[in-house]
Write a protein that binds this ligand. Structure first.
Ligand SMILES: [Fe+2]
Ligand SMILES: [Fe+2]
Length: 200
């Protein structure tokens, strides 16, 4: 397995963990009476979407789009799987943008409108499913396809063009601001939520 695909798969593993935390937090934190609520939960939820926006949309999807471009440059016939991947990136990125703004609008309100809360929950649940299916589809269809098709030089070029940014929460040089997120994920896993939130 080449190093680009290896890193993309590693990313998926961590995104999956973040998605499970998002699902847990969205169901726990938003419903709470603001006065009693664990504000920390909502802040972590907000941070999770900042992470997704910054790293998943801003770095991971960009690297995959570079893979798409390298494939097309080789004059391979357009492949519907790769086109599907790129279309889903657009949908996922704009959905994250929307949810991030919705949460920012809701987070410090003194009264959370139940309609607003259920709208956010619905959007998060759609996003959750789409991102999960997207990752499965890439792992099963797209990655094997490009791994066989691209040359060592293509991969070198992809590495050169890739944003030089590691995972800010789970990478080798995590950024302090995302520490509550990685701590939240580990806490959830240590509390034995792993089974409960296991996605079948
Ligand atoms: Fe992707
Ligand atoms: Fe991906």
């Amino acid at each position: 397995m080449n190093i680009v695909i290896q890193d993309l798969r590693k990313d998926h593993h961590n995104f999956h963990r973040v998605l499970k935390l998002i699902r847990l937090l969205v169901n726990q934190s938003l419903d709470e009476d603001v006065k009693r609520s664990a504000v920390g939960g909502v802040l972590t939820l907000q941070m999770a979407f900042e992470y997704v926006h910054h790293y998943v949309s801003g770095v991971h999807h960009q690297v995959e789009d570079l893979v798409f471009e390298a494939y097309v440059r080789q004059s391979f016939p357009a492949h519907s799987d790769l086109e599907r991947m790129r279309d889903e990136h657009d949908r996922l990125n704009s959905s994250v943008e929307e949810i991030k703004d919705d949460i920012a609008r809701t987070i410090f309100t003194t009264y959370r409108n139940p309609q607003q809360v259920s709208m956010i929950k619905e959007k998060v649940s759609r996003y959750f499913q789409l991102q999960l299916n997207h990752m499965r589809f890439e792992e099963l269809s797209v990655y094997p396809l490009v791994e066989n098709a691209l040359s060592i030089n293509d991969w070198k070029e992809i590495i050169q063009q890739s944003p030089n940014t590691g995972d800010p929460a789970f990478g080798q040089q995590p950024i302090a601001v995302f520490k509550p997120l990685s701590d939240g994920v580990r806490r959830m896993e240590n509390l034995g939520q792993r089974q409960e939130w296991l996605i079948r």
